[in-house]
Design a protein around this ligand. Structure first.
Ligand code: NAP
Length: 334
């Protein structure tokens, strides 16, 4: 095994703020291992919208500052101390979900690491890992969608959106996808959306009116909404009687408190879903991780990589993501 240096490249967040608070360094100490951890030499880190929430302070820094954001990466096992509970050995190709991904090396709890099967690239493994598991958890547990139902997916050309469209199409679901602009709408359609609505367009009927028209006034069986503040109210208007709205993110800002009496108009259920609460045990993580890796291996899930940015360009990656300039997945190369 190649020797492990004492310093590494990383992106540090020393205070909350805009994308410019992301600071590149090439001399951060390589982390030492605690019990139950393995050291992973990361090749690609996934960029997720949640990284921006930790950066801005919408979600508090879990262990104070400086903070290394990034919830997932793919790479190789560089070091294991003692025996490995899950059978890892140095040199294994792995993908993980934890904290501290915007760095060359991460000390990751072994229970959060999964081997990448042959036939799946490092880019696809991490490109589809957190988001693919989230998409599966949304359609299997948050609202177990059934063949023949009609669902609404917001930001359908985004990282999450493209995966949801593909997975729902393959389940025989009618997908209404919203996206900002004609190019994004076309991409959502290519990836499985049955109907697309440009919710940024100011001409013609609103997206709410269009969803009601497509569903003959009945509304949708479920909405998966990662946009949040700008769409949460419309979701209640397009919800069918006895349907569910699953909120899972805040791309446009956090949803403010609202009166649950509004749900009684149509016996609507709402939930706020997070992947992390579906992968608490090793068994749960393996269920979703293997679900995604199997789909990748069998080429049933296509990962659209928007761009691979060098680590030092993390600022630009965040600006592009928050500026609604991206489609699909953003990666950082270490
Ligand atoms: N709960 C979970 O476990 C979980 C896990 C993964 C992701 N998520 C959530 O899923 C959502 C999507 O994440 P992602 O990483 O795949 O991002 P993304 O969808 O690739 O990017 C966000 C998209 O949201 C749309 N958007 C609408 N209003 C926006 C605004 N005011 N500012 C910025 N974007 C806006 C934009 O698409 P248009 O231009 O088409 O509107 C933008 O491209 C996020 O809310 C994220 O937090 C949640």
């Amino acid at each position: 095994m190649s020797s492990i240096p004492s310093k590494m490249k990383a992106i540090l967040v020393n205070k909350n703020g805009g994308a410019d608070v992301l600071e590149y360094t090439d001399s951060h100490p390589v982390p030492s291992l605690s019990d139950g951890q393995v050291l992973v030499k990361n090749h690609f880190a996934g960029v997720n919208y949640i990284d921006t929430y930790f950066r801005t302070g919408l979600y508090p820094a879990p262990a104070g500052f400086p903070m290394i954001i990034g919830q997932e990466a793919s790479g190789t096992v560089a070091k294991i101390e003692g025996s490995s509970e899950y059978g890892f050995k140095e040199g294994d190709r792995v993908v993980w979900i934890a904290r501290g991904g915007y760095a060359e090396y991460t000390a990751v709890p072994e229970k959060s690491v999964v081997k990448i099967p042959d036939g799946v690239s490092d880019e696809d493994a991490v490109g589809g890992f957190l988001m693919g598991m989230t998409a599966l958890s949304l359609v299997k547990e948050a609202y177990p969608v059934k063949k023949g139902e009609t669902v609404l997916v917001h930001a359908a050309a985004g990282g999450m959106g493209l995966l949801l469209c593909q997975i729902l199409r393959d389940m025989g679901v009618t997908v209404i996808g919203t996206a900002g602009g004609p190019e994004k709408c076309a991409l959502a359609k290519e990836n499985g959306a049955t109907h697309v609505i440009d919710y940024k367009s100011t001409d013609g009927p609103s997206w709410v009116e269009q969803v009601l028209k497509i569903t003959d006034g009945k509304g949708v069986d479920c909405t998966y909404d990662g946009v949040g503040k700008d769409t949460y109210e419309g979701d209640l208007e397009v919800a069918a009687r006895k349907s569910k709205v699953v909120y899972f993110g805040n791309a446009s800002g956090a949803i403010p408190p609202f009166n649950i009496a509004r749900l009684s108009a149509k016996n609507i259920s709402i939930m706020r879903s997070t992947l992390m609460q579906y992968i608490v045990t090793r068994e749960e993580l393996e269920f979703y991780a293997n679900g995604v890796l199997d789909l990748l291996k069998s080429k049933k899930l296509n990962i659209k990589i928007h761009k691979v940015y060098p680590l030092k360009d993390a600022v630009q990656a965040h600006k592009d993501l928050e500026g609604r300039k991206t489609t699909g997945k953003l990666l950082l190369e270490l």
